[in-house]
Design a protein around this ligand. Structure first.
Ligand SMILES: [Zn+2]
Length: 690
């Protein structure tokens, strides 16, 4: 091993040295960390004494923490600066990491030590957090195959490794298609209707390749406004087709077809389930979640669908009639949806997303977000210096009311090339006690928001502001934890279907006048420059908040039902009871959707959440957690949404607790009763008619 001390990935305990890490550092660091972890595991296994927290858990967690931090730094880089060299290094090391965790999950000797610890008198003396952490570990050993015989264990491991590779390949096909796909337009007249800042970015994108005209891409800050505003219907159709066929056999480059990967991933997950003694992968997925059975989730989704569908049908009928009568679109199609919706919204509520965007410059938005959480939780946030991976990335520190450092975070907000799409929060460092000191948590907060255009400050759409608030909610869950036990601090150990509670909770504030008004300043020229958003404009936005909320809700239910049925009932070998995943999607659409889609639509080919991300048989979690977040927010609505006392309680009972107790216990401790559906329906403009 060449000079591990000189390897920036092995320099603990500080922040990751993003300015110094190169792809060449990755393999030696991973090898050194894996060797160290294996040596510690050997030592624990050989220890003949009775297993205790100090002899088993503490040394194991210490090693795993280092490995997790280094690998998460690599994983973060792979997602945000996806260069070919980095991607190669990531792939070369991913199998080693996967194999290590699979071996760990199956380690019979360790499993028995944890079982013995759980049964020992010491267990009762441990904190609730430590007890829960041990219970979780034992559950995860079972789910990791620790109770299997040697032959099944080997097969289980091979399946896990193949799944990890297939997941990475799935995402790359999506990213490669997005990177390769471009539509060049020579003449600005073909871009009529598209906002000026989007047009100027398209011109800059073409110029960067020394080409004339305008380059349009499938990245959100370009794709969405084209679909919403382009008068040119053929252009919308071209873009829609590009987007709807990403990573499919009908895309421009069928080499990146995710179709075969989907069947294989479902098949392998089915094999995981049968090895572990479950009927299907959906059952496995639900073991560590709040929801108990696939049937319970399906009933929840179908109940929501039943309540939402009449609203969705009304939304769609209105939109189609408007498109026909006012826009002359008698053959109303999927590529007209956003365009017609934007026109109808502008007609009915007399404003446009782009008008609002002119009032939401980045500096005001970020300052307003920080002021909000400082008010509610009594914390302070200040910018600080740290090594970053791109010049546009910023770094901040969070301090509590007494001025003590509680956490730090990276902000990487703009969309750019070679950065995976979407928005997410990931942990860089987790909070835990190490002897007399506490290691404070650090988070990555990554978005793909509109970048600054040609020397002007970045301005965000209201939807983008909502995304930012959402990810920041995850970040606060990670950063404001008071748990000192590894594995259950921050977002660790939180049931997956409750993990969206703090994030979706934050979205509500984007609709509060007292919060939003101070986040606005008009950026255009003229007498309005610098003025805040007018109340009248906000009132129109608010009136439009639930515009088409029925359609949006059934769309989410469509994804969630597809996901749950795919992993509960679909057999990818016999192709029953549906001939293919696409046939299942068609059946789900027939059940809940109100919008016709073209035959070439291959949405599921880019549905990374459930094929690479952790949402397999878990996509329902968004709606499940929204019941919790809406109901939690209703207590703020009753007391005043900026109430520091309710904020302190939310911090104490939910954010600070992390995974140290069940999400239901945390919710009831905050709300004083179990969750109810009313607030979710009210927030979506749906009354409790049943
Ligand atoms: Zn989220």
């Amino acid at each position: 091993m060449a000079l591990p001390a000189a390897n920036p990935l092995l320099d603990f305990p500080g922040l990751p040295h993003f300015d110094a890490v190169t792809p060449a550092h990755i393999a030696p660091a991973v090898d050194a960390l894996l060797d160290g972890a294996r040596a510690t595991i050997d030592m624990i296994e050989r220890d003949a004494g009775p297993p205790t927290w100090d002899s088993v858990v503490a040394p194991l967690m210490d090693r795993l923490d280092r490995l997790h931090r280094a690998w998460n730094a690599v994983r973060n880089l792979n997602a945000v600066v996806n260069t070919p060299a980095l991607r190669d290094a990531y792939h070369a090391n991913l199998p080693k990491i996967t194999a290590f965790y699979t071996d760990l999950g199956q380690n019979d000797a360790l499993y028995r030590k944890f079982l013995a610890l759980q049964a020992a008198p010491e267990f009762a003396t441990l904190s609730q957090a430590a007890q829960r952490m041990i219970d979780n570990e034992i559950r995860d050993f079972r789910l990791g195959g620790a109770e299997l015989d040697a032959a099944k264990r080997a097969r289980f491991k091979a399946v896990k490794e193949e799944l990890a590779e297939l997941g990475a390949e799935f995402d790359e096909h999506v990213l490669d298609t997005e990177n390769a796909w471009a539509h060049f337009v020579d003449d600005a007249s073909a871009l009529a209707g598209i906002p000026a800042d989007v047009v100027s970015q398209a011109r800059a994108a073409a110029a960067a390749e020394r080409k004339p005209g305008y380059k349009l891409t499938l990245r959100m800050p370009c794709y969405l406004p084209v679909m919403q505003y382009a008068e040119n219907r053929a252009l919308r159709e071209t873009m829609h087709r590009g987007f709807a066929t990403i990573a499919s056999e009908v895309a421009d480059n069928p080499a990146w077809d995710n179709g075969p990967l989907i069947d294989r991933i479902v098949e392998l997950r089915g094999e995981v389930a049968s090895l572990l003694g479950y009927r299907n992968f959906a059952e496995v997925s639900l073991v560590p979640k709040m929801a108990q059975t696939p049937a319970e989730v399906l009933a929840f989704l179908r109940d929501l669908a039943r309540r939402a569908r009449p609203f969705a049908e009304r939304d769609y009928a209105e939109l189609a009639a408007f498109a026909r009568d006012e826009l002359g679109l008698s053959d109303f199609a999927a590529w007209d949806l956003s365009y017609a919706a934007e026109k109808l919204k502008a007609r009915r509520y007399a404003y446009s997303e782009q008008e609002i965007k002119q009032y939401l410059p980045e500096d005001k938005v970020v300052a307003g977000l920080f002021r909000l959480v400082e008010t509610i939780y009594g914390i302070t946030i200040r910018e600080a210096q740290a090594a970053v991976w791109h010049p546009s990335v910023r770094f901040f520190q969070v301090r509590d009311g007494a001025g003590a450092l509680t956490g730090e975070f990276f902000f990487d907000l703009y969309a750019r090339e070679c950065k995976q799409g979407g928005a997410w929060m990931d942990d860089a460092i987790n909070r835990r006690r190490i002897d007399d000191a506490v290691q404070h948590p650090v988070a990555y907060m990554i978005c793909n928001l509109s970048p600054p255009a040609e020397g002007k400050p970045a301005t965000f759409t209201h939807d983008e502001v909502i995304t930012l608030f959402h990810e920041f909610g995850h970040g606060l869950h990670q950063l404001l934890t008071r748990v000192e036990v590894p594995g259950v601090s921050g977002i660790q150990g939180v049931e997956w279907d409750a993990v969206e509670l703090p994030s979706q909770f934050m979205e509500n504030y984007c609709w509060e006048w007292d919060v939003l008004k101070d986040m606005t300043a008009y950026v255009g020229d003229g007498p309005l420059h610098g003025t805040p958003l007018p109340r009248t404009l906000f009132d129109r936005m608010l009136a439009a908040k639930n515009f088409q909320s029925g359609m949006a809700l059934v769309r989410q239910i469509e994804f969630a039902l597809f996901d749950m049925l795919l992993y509960a009932d679909y057999d990818p070998v016999a192709h029953t009871p549906w001939a293919s995943p696409q046939a299942l999607l068609d059946a789900v659409r027939a059940e809940v959707s109100v919008v016709p889609r073209p035959a070439y639509d291959r949405f599921i080919h880019s549905f990374s959440h459930i094929f690479d991300g952790g949402y397999a048989a878990g996509y329902y979690s968004y709606k499940w957690a929204e019941v919790l977040s809406a109901d939690a927010y209703s207590l703020f609505e009753a007391a005043g949404v900026l109430s520091p006392s309710v904020g302190a309680r939310f911090l104490e009972e939910i954010l600070a607790r992390g995974g140290s107790r069940s999400a239901m216990e945390s919710f009831v401790a905050f709300r004083g009763r179990p969750p109810q559906l009313d607030a979710l329906l009210r927030h979506n403009g749906m009354t409790l008619a049943s």
